[in-house]
Design a protein around this ligand. Structure first.
Ligand SMILES: NC(=O)CC[C@H](N)C(=O)O
Length: 341
């Protein structure tokens, strides 16, 4: 609910019973809920978890989030699995006719809408907090950087807090900058690496982000997650397209081509990079095993790596946490062998 990449979307849960563990402040991935609406079959009236501070119902009311319950979400899922993702409208104004409501949905499209500037921070800020001691699952994270504190500038396209925490756990100190922060100002900060975050909407709707990425490529090691992967894909010279079925939730198998290792991943995206449009020198390193789409890239000549899904999880499995270490390794290698500008 608090992942800014979901800005404006309706999320329908297939699990019939939602909300039994309540809501806590520590798991928030940004300052607020970004969903257009949450749709569940049965919202739990009993909340039982030691971290819970309020029920899902109370949370929705407090944050003015539209919630629908008692809807047959499995029936809706059966429709969506045929049609793919659909536009929807939820309305409490009984004076609107069905025709008017249908026209509203038909006249709306996610394609071409720049939502990055809507959810991004407005001013740069620093982030230092790693994953809390009691939740750290990767003993190697602390020592991965070999005692060096790598300075990372992170583009905020709607960044999730846990990405910042994982980078900090791997020894990075991070300056988060707005989505349209000029590339020359980023380079003037002289970071060890530049990170491109997750974010909502159509990656083709933010050409300024692609231009900045292009201007940074080859000058600093870069890492992109989700929207960052798509923006970098375009900066490499590739194209993105809207999937019929987006990938959502915490159980998607990914193959890492260099080793054949399969990891289970958390995902949230509706667009993808078309691998056929990528220039020579860009390797597709990760494949989504459900539909064969491109899930990660490496551009060795530019010291650029990208992941279409969520290695930071939160929530979700930790299998892909190794990506943060690979980014740190790229920055380490850069200290001894700088990339050619
Ligand atoms: N989580 C994300 O960054 C999503 C990326 C992009 N908005 C998509 O839907 O594909």
């Amino acid at each position: 609910m608090t992942d800014p990449s979901y800005k404006g979307q309706f999320v329908c849960f297939t699990h019939p019973h939602i909300g039994n563990v309540g809501v806590n402040d520590d798991d928030e991935e940004s300052e607020k809920c970004h969903l257009g609406a949450i749709i569940v079959r049965d919202v739990s009236i009993v909340v039982s978890n030691y971290r819970s501070v309020m029920s899902l119902d109370e949370y929705c009311k407090k944050h003015n989030v539209l919630g629908l319950c008692n809807l047959d979400t499995r029936a809706l899922t059966k429709v969506l699995r045929e049609t793919g993702c659909l536009n929807g409208v939820i309305c409490t104004d009984a004076s609107k006719s069905d025709e008017e409501l249908v026209a509203m949905t038909k006249n709306w499209t996610i394609v071409g809408k720049d939502l990055l500037s809507v959810v991004s921070c407005k001013e740069p800020y620093e982030w230092k907090d790693p994953t809390g001691e009691e939740w750290e699952f990767n003993e190697g994270a602390k020592t991965a950087a070999g005692g060096k504190a790598f300075k990372v500038v992170a583009y905020d396209f709607g960044i999730k807090h846990n990405i910042l925490r994982r980078l900090a756990s791997f020894g990075c100190s991070i300056t988060v900058v707005p989505a349209d922060y000029p590339a020359d100002k980023v380079l003037a900060l002289n970071p060890d690496g530049v990170f491109f975050s997750n974010g909502p909407g159509d990656p083709s709707a933010a050409p300024y982000a692609v231009d900045n990425a292009r201007a940074i490529l080859g000058k600093k090691p870069v890492f992109g997650i989700c929207m960052g992967h798509q923006i970098l894909g375009q900066a490499f010279g590739g194209k993105t397209f809207k999937l019929k079925f987006g990938h959502h939730g915490g159980n998607h198998p990914i193959r890492y081509n260099p080793t054949g290792r399969v990891e289970i991943s958390a995902q949230n995206h509706n667009f993808a990079v078309d691998p056929d449009t990528l220039p020579e020198g860009v390797e597709v390193t990760h494949i989504n095993l459900n539909d064969g789409t491109c899930a990660g890239m490496l551009y060795p000549a530019k010291k650029a790596m990208t992941i279409q899904y969520h290695p930071e999880a939160s929530p979700g499995p930790h299998d892909a946490d190794i990506c943060f270490e690979q980014f740190v390794d790229m920055m380490k290698a850069e200290v001894s062998a700088p990339v050619a500008a």
